[in-house]
Design a protein around this ligand. Structure first.
Ligand code: PMP
Length: 432
């Protein structure tokens, strides 16, 4: 609810006085005022919002306004915010020591839970972010295969390591050595023929194919029927490892990730985001045979002072236990389909050029004439129309990712009435 007297609007932009002032102050000490560029409002305009509390489905800002949260912290907040079981578990852990730098019981328990949730994982390593998980998985695949070349997909996002920052699109960067991009080749998502071609062109040189089974950073792109099955088959035929980047989809689209939803077995799986109950986390795992190539037993190096941190493990265990209740996924499905049914009928009535795309509770409201199926389609998204929509929602108390292309998330804390209210607000926001 936007209730603060500190709040006004200028044209399409919401102005909240304290957030505006803090956005200015923070930009003097942190480049762009953000620790991760996705967070800034560059695409949508206006100043960032400073939050000081988050509970259930709501975010609270410094000016006293509250927002229904569909950012979900970019994925982690699958159960909503301030989940009592997660808070209790993390508190108990920190009281026993925040960090040991040595193995501990919570690591053992968490590893067992991850292995039970994701059948293709027999052994797992915990790290501190999705970036680290994918970077380490790629190194492991290269070390295991004794080959350097990795296939990725145009526009895919796999975090900010040099190894993966060379997919065409918003995730490219200066400072990545040209030699790093020489070791990756690109195919087109949802286009099996492009994968086949790349495999044939580079026969004998490929270590692995790295894929987000559902793309979450070019809107939400589900795999076309048969695509992932085809990719799996080609990888097996060519003797190439299949790495599933499930940093976003893991736990979110199903407890066992997209691989359980689509029935595909990955060779290496990367996890993060929702896995830590809000604590910083990443993980990667696969068969015992592949994972045994990591040091100390093998010769592939990966390490981390904070990896397997007790507080993170405690948050993760509590989260995985809560997600073992199938009712959570029923609720996520029910709320997201309620949202989509409401929005679809408005879009149909008004014949709006908007596509609704989702898998489970990760969704995108796509301002485009046609569904987005790959990177080329995603270039047609009307980011100006999205920016207007974003600010209308913000002014009415709904917080979406400040990006026309990144996945939004429903949480299990969203109530039926939250969704009804959101549909009303979005309906008003969809007047052109
Ligand atoms: N892979 C995917 C599919 C992601 O969505 C992200 C984060 N958006 C990452 C990797 C990187 O994760 P992190 O931001 O935790 O480093």
């Amino acid at each position: 609810m936007i209730s603060s007297s500190n709040t006004s609007s200028s044209g399409d932009l919401l102005i909240t006085a304290k957030s505006r002032e803090y956005s200015r102050l923070i930009a003097e000490v942190i480049p762009g005022g953000v620790d991760s560029p996705f967070r800034c409002f560059e695409e949508v305009g206006g100043h960032t919002i400073f939050f000081n509390r988050a509970v259930g489905s709501l975010l609270y800002d410094l000016d006293g306004n509250s927002y229904l949260d569909y950012l979900g912290a970019w994925g982690p907040a699958i159960l909503g915010h301030c989940v009592p079981e997660v808070i209790d578990a993390c508190k108990s852990a920190i009281e026993l020591g925040a960090v040991f730098g040595a193995p501990h019981e919570l690591e053992l328990e968490m590893a067992k839970l991850v292995i039970a949730a994701i059948p293709s994982i027999e052994n797992v390593r915990f790290v501190n972010s999705g970036t680290e998980a994918v970077m380490s998985a790629v190194r492991l695949a290269r070390g295991y295969m004794r080959k350097d070349l990795i296939v990725m997909f145009e526009g895919g996002y796999h975090g900010h390591s040099d190894a993966t920052l060379c997919s065409q699109g918003h995730s490219s960067s200066a400072g990545v050595p040209i030699s790093a991009s020489r070791n990756t080749v690109l195919a087109t998502f949802n286009d099996l023929e492009s994968v086949r071609q790349v495999f044939n062109w580079h026969k004998g040189d490929l270590a692995a194919l790295l894929i987000e089974p559902v793309c979450g950073s070019m809107s939400v792109i589900p795999p076309e029927p048969g695509f992932l099955e085809g990719v799996r088959k080609l990888c097996s035929e060519h003797g190439i490892l299949l790495i599933f980047d499930e940093v976003l989809t893991g736990l979110r689209v199903a407890r066992g990730g997209a691989q359980s939803l689509y029935g595909i077995e990955a060779d290496i799986t990367c996890l993060g985001k929702a896995l830590g109950g809000g604590m910083p986390i990443g993980a990667y795992g696969g068969s015992k045979e592949i994972m045994s190539h990591l040091q100390p037993g093998g010769d592939v190096y990966q390490a981390g002072t904070f990896s397997g941190n007790p507080v993170t493990m405690a948050g993760g265990i509590a989260t995985l236990n809560l997600l073992a209740d199938p009712q959570v996924y029923k609720t996520l499905e029910c709320r997201t389909s309620q949202l989509f049914e409401g929005l679809q009928s408005i879009i149909n009535q008004r014949k709006l050029p908007i596509q609704l795309q989702r898998v489970g509770s990760m969704f995108a409201i796509v301002f485009a004439e046609q569904p987005v199926k790959n990177w080329h389609d995603h270039l047609k998204i009307d980011s100006k129309a999205f920016a207007k929509f974003f600010h209308r929602l913000l002014a009415a108390g709904v917080y979406m990712p400040p990006s026309s292309v990144d996945a939004a998330c429903v949480s299990a804390a969203h109530s039926e009435s939250d969704i009804d209210e959101t549909i009303k607000i979005m309906s008003n926001g969809l007047f052109y």
